[in-house]
Design a binder for this molecule. Sequence first.
Ligand code: IPD
Ligand code: CA
Ligand code: CA
Length: 255
Amino acid sequence: MINKVIQISKEAGEIVREGFGKNFSIEYKTNSSNLVTEIDKKSEALIIDFIKKEFPGHSVLAEESGEHGSSSEYLWVIDPLDGTTNFAHGLPIFAVSIGVQKNGETICGVVYDIMRDEIYSAEKGNGSFCNGQKLQVNSNDDLRKSVLVTGFPYNISENPDYAFERFIASLKAARAVRRLGSAAIDFCYVASGVFDGFWEVHLHPWDVCAGKLIVEEAGGIVTNFNNEKIDIYSKQILATNDFVHNSMIKLLSNF
Ligand code: IPD
Ligand code: CA
Ligand code: CA
């Protein structure tokens, strides 16, 4: 199955790459920060058509079109373009993210970093890889030497959920904090050891499904800010190399 997920991630990524920098229509979802382009929709339609042909009967949860079917033990969780704001503004940091669950457990995940042509993939119990190279989180246990990454929800004005306070506390405690604009890529950089930790206050299942498995299979850990085990529907996400996890829990659970 992983090879099929990689195949369709690349095909969808191709559509996104071809659309980058061209004219495309943009609509607002909930507010003027929350965009969807025609390319998000094209990418998603391609992925769903593929699943219908190759895995008829499997259920789907996709960001732009919601649920398709609900009776299968398999669920495909799809973000057809993670990093839409970057894409729409010409910043080349965005990805396709696809996770597949069986009976509620993620069994494989793929994040395609489109402009770097990097396929991050993981199968449950089989490790994580980037273009075939095995991934391992880093082993830094000192928060002061950490580079962290975060993101902010589109409804931050109405529902700040202490995102600003947590951001400031992390800036003071770590070496640096970055904000790339693609949660899927943030997870992959924790898996590859670039970042020591990634947190967000309000993510969605399609942001989390593939990336969470990729971090875990690279030796990292993913919980909420109270250090509790989470599923893909948790809004709070903390993904780390494991070594700085407790320090980050102390920092983030303080609010
Ligand atoms: C967003 C990105 C961003 C994160 C937001 C997500 P989208 O996804 O992953 O980095 O901070 O919370 O909603 O809308 O570009 O698919
Ligand atoms: Ca997303
Ligand atoms: Ca998206």
